[in-house]
Structure formats: structure tokens, C-alpha cells
Design a protein. Sequence first.
Length: 54
Amino acid sequence: MNKVGKTAMMMMGAGMIMGASYYMGLPKDKKKNLKDKAVKMINADKDFMSDLTM
């Protein structure tokens, strides 16, 4: 893997860990709100990706 790709993966991994630890510290209602937002974003991303592949 090239240097840029490796760095990007490391940054994403670090971001996910930071996000998870931040997420754990949130109150329950906030978590649900964030989860819903994340699901919406993921679904939108899937649609976007499927548009790109066609």
C-alpha cells in the first residue's frame, strides 16, 4: 500500500476510536439521535456509491 493510503487508513482508525470514546460518554437520548443521523448518512452514502458505480 502506498504512503498516502496507509496514512488515510491510520487517520480513519484514530478518528473511529476517538468517536467511539466520545460516543460512550454521551447521555442515552443523545446517542439515539447520533445513531439515527449516522444511519441516515450511511444510507445516503450507499445511494451515492451505487449511483457512482452505475
